[in-house]
Design a protein around this ligand. Sequence first.
Ligand SMILES: Nc1ncnc2c1ncn2[C@@H]1O[C@H](COP(=O)(O)OP(=O)(O)OP(=O)(O)O)[C@@H](O)[C@H]1O
Ligand SMILES: [Mg+2]
Length: 230
Amino acid sequence: MLMETRNLTKIYSSGMIHKTKTYALSEADIRIRKGEAVGIFGKSGSGKTTLANLIAGVFPPTSGSIIWNGEPVRYPFRGALRQAVQMVDQHPEQAFDPCWSLKKSILEPYRIHKIPDTKESVDALLAQVGLYEEHLSRNLASLSGGELQRAALARAMAVRPELIILDEPTSMLDSISQAQVLQILKDYQRQQETSYLFISHDPDVMRYLCGRCYFLEKGRIVGEEEYSHE
Ligand SMILES: Nc1ncnc2c1ncn2[C@@H]1O[C@H](COP(=O)(O)OP(=O)(O)OP(=O)(O)O)[C@@H](O)[C@H]1O
Ligand SMILES: [Mg+2]
């Protein structure tokens, strides 16, 4: 098993005087095998992004644990684990500095993880997501929504992660851009045996990409479904 969560729970406390507690995730157990695309399906507010952030190491759980390749993880994530898990945000425009060029943005993960950024590797990465060399000098603010989302994928793929978490990566895109992104994800998975945790509220998209999906309701996993792809 690549990753499993055990009784994963997140309670948010807010308010200065009258503390309000939100039970965003309650005792969630999910499993992801190597090379498997697993979906999370649930209504708005059901805890999907919270689950994604916990697995991506953005913040620690209130209780419960994440087991990665048989070992419990510690927060904050360090070294190899930081590279092995990448998240593509629900809002790519917020994940990027709009003043940066695409080149600067794409090279950043190479720099952070000390991976050599050869011309071949950057060219291959651009080709993988359907962007071109002439895009590199452009400001991110000048890219279309679909191009920006593909740039976000390129950044995640640059470090060859074992798990990519995709938080509604196509929800802001038109149907053509959405189909392109899904095709990129399928091709990449076939080539690299990457695992995905794919969050979506679209059952057709989920069925297309995922082999299995969990249903989240009010912070609880209430069911699981396998999809056959014959
Ligand atoms: N930082 C926070 N502080 C307090 N409550 C929060 C915080 N983040 C999320 N919540 C609450 O936790 C619950 C789960 O939120 P979450 O963002 O995980 O849902 P979601 O399933 O991703 O929703 P959506 O489909 O709208 O993106 C919601 O009730 C939300 O209001
Ligand atoms: Mg969300």
